[in-house]
Write a protein that binds this ligand. Structure first.
Ligand code: ADP
Length: 212
């Protein structure tokens, strides 16, 4: 006969399994300026997810002049990606702060294949996984204009100079675009039109999320 404690143990294990299976971890994917941050602000409330934006975390550290901020600044202000090891470690420690979350909305991460592999491996240690990757699609020229507009008010050095913006697109094409194949290979890649009113784009994203 199964002892009482074994039964309790099994119950707890089942609870965990249920929690893992119901966790929704979404990677918001797209070129700089595609609207990931704007949409994440809405979606995090709607689906009760923890929004982790690596760009925001780097900017917070830059503003507070931390060691991480000083390091990141030298890359970000040129429009280059911050090295993988630094970014991956930072992301992991942010996730660790919210292990009781219903799920995460990853915004701006992963941006390279090693980052995507590290994310899968890290989530697996918790028996979690990426549920879906959703890309916001938009034409490069529209995006460059959006970023230059944003640069007028955001104070972001990387948004004020067209050469730096173009460099971010080169980084995207070279290092981030291969992730489309990576997630397509896992059957997790979705994309929606990122052009339109904010609410319109939110409903396109919600349609995908509601079917997961
Ligand atoms: P955008 O998508 O508009 O470029 P972000 O706020 O997502 O803005 O990122 C700003 C900058 O922060 C990037 O250009 C890059 O230098 C750095 N960064 C953000 N996320 C990552 C990442 N996952 N890997 C490497 N660098 C990153």
């Amino acid at each position: 006969m199964m002892s009482f404690f074994k039964k309790i143990g099994k119950c707890i294990a089942n609870l965990f399994i249920t929690k893992h299976n119901t966790m929704t971890n979404i990677v918001l994917f797209g070129k700089p300026g595609a609207g990931k941050g704007t949409q994440a602000e809405v979606l995090k409330e709607k689906y009760d997810l923890i929004h982790l934006s690596t760009g925001d975390i780097f900017r917070f550290n830059m503003k507070n002049d931390t060691e991480l901020g000083k390091l990141a600044k030298s890359y970000i202000n040129k429009g280059d990606l911050v090295p993988d090891e630094v970014t991956i470690n930072m992301l992991k420690s942010e996730v660790e702060k919210h292990t009781d979350a219903n799920g995460f909305l990853f915004d701006g991460f992963p941006r390279t294949t090693p980052q995507a592999e590290a994310l899968d491996a890290f989530l697996a240690t918790k028996e979690w996984k990426v549920t879906a990757t959703i890309a916001l699609e938009a034409d490069d020229e529209v995006l460059v204009q959006r970023l230059l507009e944003r640069g007028k008010t955001s104070g972001r050095a990387d948004d004020q100079d067209e050469a730096k913006i173009r460099n971010r697109y080169e980084e995207y094409n070279e290092k981030t675009a291969p992730l489309i194949d990576f997630y397509q290979g896992q059957g997790k890649f979705h994309s929606v039109n990122g052009i339109g009113e904010i609410e319109e784009v939110t409903s396109r994203l919600s349609e995908v999320i509601d079917q997961l």
